[in-house]
Design a protein around this ligand. Structure first.
Ligand code: MLT
Length: 257
């Protein structure tokens, strides 16, 4: 499992969204302040991870991805960490909380939702699996890009479009299809939220059309003591679109000290 790492201190594991990879977190890795050790893995199936020696299964689940993260933490001799996930990374984070709450020192749930896919959502996943199998990762990037970045970012930071395309196109067809299956079959995590006992930040942005802020508001209201932050003028990929604001929310938050 490839992972990127920066800094020393309190561990923060950051899980990327679909269809990106660990490099989504480069702005936060490069901003890691003293006292934080930031670790960003490629989740199973992404950037070719698992496709050579251990082929990724088309039946992959968010639980498989969560087990990989727990195994990486054990490998790095990290007993418990703050776990942060954006979007699909958030789905895996919630699976990890379900599996091993004792290893979670805190949570960052960014631009994500607790609920499972609706029947229409699952049908959309099947169409996307067909698309990636027919036309490859570039087609997924083409299809998703308009929804990943906010209107302000598209206007004011047009270079980010190429960055996001590059991250998406570095993935394999099998990896993206497996991740779509994992998202499609993920369980509803809503019943878990009330049992969360660790400090939790919920982050959203006001131009996220893929997972609207209302989902984050609901999630924050259901997690005891959770703090909600809304980043202005950012879309779904808030940590890339507004890196300074995102990093400040996470690293300056008093709730993790
Ligand atoms: C993501 O950003 O990880 C995905 O777009 C989330 C999803 O499709 O549900």
């Amino acid at each position: 499992m490839r992972y990127l790492e920066a800094g020393k201190g309190r561990p923060l594991v950051l899980l990327h969204g679909f269809p990106l990879n660990a490099e989504q977190w480069l702005p936060q890795l490069s901003a890691a302040p003293s006292g934080w050790r930031v670790i960003a893995p490629d989740m199973r199936g992404f950037r070719g991870a698992g496709s050579v020696d251990a082929p990724v299964s088309p039946e992959m689940t968010v639980d498989d991805c969560a087990s990989d993260v727990l195994a990486l933490m054990s490998h790095l001799e990290i007993d418990h960490a703050v776990i942060g996930g954006l979007s699909m990374g958030g789905y895996v984070t919630l699976a990890l909380v379900r599996k091993a709450p004792e290893r979670v020192a805190g949570l960052v749930l960014a631009n994500t939702r607790a609920g499972a896919d609706s029947p229409e959502g699952r049908a959309g996943r099947d169409r996307m699996i067909d698309l990636v199998r027919r036309e490859g990762p570039a087609a997924v990037a083409r299809e998703m890009l308009p929804k990943l970045l906010g209107e302000t970012t598209k206007r004011e930071q047009p270079d980010l479009v190429d960055v996001v395309c590059g991250l998406a196109e570095a993935n394999s067809t099998d990896g993206l299809a497996a991740a779509l299956h994992a998202m499609k079959t993920r369980p509803d995590s809503t019943p878990l939220l009330a049992s969360i006992r660790c400090p939790t930040l919920v982050i959203t942005s006001d131009e996220d059309t893929l997972i609207p802020s209302s989902e984050s508001e609901k999630m924050a209201a259901a997690i005891p003591g959770a703090k909600l932050h809304v980043i202005p003028k950012a879309g779904h990929l808030s940590n890339l679109e507004k890196p300074k604001e995102f990093s400040k929310i996470v690293f300056d938050s008093a709730i993790f000290s």
